[in-house]
Ligand binder design. Structure first.
Ligand code: FAD
Length: 317
């Protein structure tokens, strides 16, 4: 079932969902299952599975370094299919522009369709590690809008190159990313919102936001989006802080602010166990306010560890 149909079916009730990261290459999927298991009691209608970009590694050979390309966390689609069938839940693979040609994207979408996966999150992806700016892959897309357009084209039965007769069209529900504190490369929040509108006009069905810690920023973002004619559901993304280092890391990587009261509470923690508890309590309060405002879904970034999400969900759902 489509994410947007789950939202419609819920009829105003806020749903619970979360995002997971595929395990590192060589690790078993079992650890992922043991992190998903405790969250299933909260009946997520869908689970997102991220995709990581390829990266360069350097292999030393007789004093010289050979540069190779690798993917440290492959398996997004396989994991989506495994989870879908193990838990009987919809899964949302993240599909990236970076690292994929249009043809590779088409094949991935065809695989999704065969597997009965009819939700995808369309993203541009970040710059490769060690590179300052995002560079489009040769034969790939430069912006998420173009990826959304390709997926919509496929929904209309248009393959990239082949004039095949289509008797079984895909019907993907497409999610895209939104940034209440603006995307780091955007010159202004307003410009970024106009870019979001372009994604929706190209066929995106819903938006999931970047993490934020000040609900006011989300509410203002939703209002501003509505004002420019973005009328699809905007799902808030929530990340509980878990370690002291997040205070520097999250603003640095995602260009987001952390509220003063949360900084002070974390600063006064003796160890990361205490930080994790502060993160849980803050996320519960944040979630309660969003729930009261009637958000369609509370979507949690689990980063592969579920015990804190479980405690938050227990307090909310
Ligand atoms: P876009 O919408 O393409 O926007 C990128 C930038 O370009 C923005 O600044 C925008 O304003 C600007 N822009 C857009 N169109 C144009 C145009 N035509 N001309 C000029 N500028 C333009 N990353 C991963 O690698 N894997 C994941 O699984 C993943 N999941 C994510 C899930 C969520 C909910 C979110 C919020 C982010 C996720 N990301 C993931 C991170 C994401 O890939 C990065 O934030 C990336 O830098 C931007 O992706 P986008 O899809 O928002 O890009």
């Amino acid at each position: 079932m489509k994410v947007t149909d789950h939202i419609k079916k819920a009829n105003g009730k806020t749903l619970f969902s979360f995002e997971i990261i595929p395990p590192k290459k060589g690790k078993s999927i079992q650890e992922l299952y043991s992190n998903i298991d405790p969250l299933m009691e909260f009946k997520p209608p869908f689970i997102d599975v991220t995709t990581s970009r390829e990266e360069f590694i350097y292999i030393e050979k007789e004093g010289l370094f050979d540069r190779k390309i690798t993917r440290m966390r492959p398996g997004t689609l396989g994991i989506c299919a495994a989870i879908k069938h193990k838990y009987n839940v919809d899964t949302v693979p993240h599909v990236l522009c970076g690292g994929f040609t249009k043809e590779e994207t088409e094949y991935l979408l065809v695989d999704c369709h065969y597997l009965g996966i009819n939700n995808v999150m369309a993203l541009r992806g970040d710059a490769m590690k060690g590179e300052q700016y995002f560079k489009a892959t040769k034969g790939g897309h430069s912006f998420a809008t173009e990826l959304v357009a390709q997926i919509q084209d496929l929904n209309c039965g248009n393959y990239l190159h082949d004039g095949v007769t289509v008797d079984d069209k895909s019907d993907f529900c497409i999610g895209v990313a939104g940034y209440p504190e603006k995307h780091m490369e955007a010159p202004s929040l307003n410009t970024d919102l106009m870019r979001l509108k372009e994604k929706v006009d190209a066929g995106a069905d819903y938006v999931v936001t970047q993490m934020f810690f000040d609900n006011k920023k989300y509410f203002e973002f939703v209002e501003a989006a509505k004002n420019i004619g973005i009328n699809v559901p905007i799902i808030p993304g929530i990340k509980p802080l878990a370690v002291k280092r997040h205070l520097q890391l999250l603003p640095q990587v995602f260009k987001i602010d952390i509220p003063e009261n949360l900084i002070q509470a974390i600063d006064s923690c003796k160890d990361n166990k205490a930080v994790r508890q502060v993160g849980i309590e803050f996320a519960i309060e944040q979630s309660k306010e969003l729930l009261a405002a009637g958000v369609p879904v509370l979507h949690y970034y689990s980063m592969g560890k579920s015990s804190n999400i479980q405690q938050i969900a227990s307090a909310i759902f």
